[in-house]
Design a protein around this ligand. Structure first.
Ligand code: APR
Length: 230
């Protein structure tokens, strides 16, 4: 298992031009979370939900990885098998920067999921709930995104990874959404050192041994340089 486990959130993609959720002008100040990011919202108005994710998919396709994504990819290249990224982000900027060990705990914009039979396939740029499932034909297509009230992906493997990590690093997340909000505590209880890198102290800053504050595009490359020098 990886010795360095890295949790990333919307803050790492902010400098690539993708909006965060809870900052001033964040997505949840413009859209009602309950309407676009819950199974109930999708049942009530699937068209609105698809409009929201179609717009985010377009933004993500047009964005490019920034220096923070690139530094994490370099860390993995130079320490093969020693790093794991657990991301809450639904964009693919880690992969496009070259990272391979990436688990998307909240799903991916690039994925489509059949609400009727759970079949998954690659999402087209523009999706509609009436697109037929390629497996069962049901017109119940949804984005492969984990909504509020749903179980995040990879959780069993994540608990194991946190319990075996020597260092847990959190980058660009506000620490307001569970279960990711407790990962620093979970890793620390199992013996890991913990480091937070964020624009400002998050809601769970006190759970970390060390903290660095500033833009991810500066902090992450500096930290990776330090790790690779030691
Ligand atoms: N560099 C580093 N951190 C940044 C930057 C930056 N350039 N810009 C913003 N941040 C920080 C903010 O200070 C904030 O603490 O990133 C954090 C973003 O927090 P949120 O908007 O809450 O995003 P996130 O923590 O990823 O949200 C978690 O909530 O609704 C959801 O499912 C969605 O996965 C998401 C989850």
């Amino acid at each position: 298992m990886a010795s360095i486990v890295i949790l990333t959130g919307a803050g790492i993609s902010a400098e690539s031009g993708l909006g965060t959720f809870r900052d001033k002008d964040g997505l949840w100040t413009k859209y009602e979370l309950k309407k676009v990011a819950t199974p109930e919202g999708f049942a009530r108005n699937p068209r609105l939900v698809h409009e929201f994710y179609n717009a985010r998919r377009k933004n993500a396709v047009e964005a490019s990885p920034n220096a923070a994504h690139e530094a994490l990819a370099r860390l993995e290249r130079e320490m093969p098998g020693e790093t794991l990224i657990i991301t809450q982000n639904v964009d693919d900027l880690h992969e496009r920067a070259g990272s391979k060990a990436v688990w998307h705990m909240h799903g991916q914009l690039a994925g489509a999921l059949c609400a009727a039979c759970d079949h998954r396939w690659t999402a087209p740029l523009v999706m509609s709930h009436t697109d037929p499932c390629p497996s069962c034909g049901a017109p119940s297509t949804r984005p492969d995104i984990v909504w509020f009230g749903e179980m995040p992906y990879h959780m069993e493997d994540i608990w194991v990874a946190l319990s075996e990590a020597a260092l847990f690093v959190s980058i660009g997340t506000s620490g307001t959404v569970y279960p990711a909000a407790t990962f620093a505590q979970d890793a620390a209880q199992a013996g890991a050192e913990t480091l937070e890198m964020n624009l400002e102290p998050s809601d769970v800053s006190r759970d970390f041994d060390m903290a660095r504050f500033g833009p991810a595009s500066e902090l992450v490359p500096q930290w990776v340089d330090e790790v690779l020098k030691t």
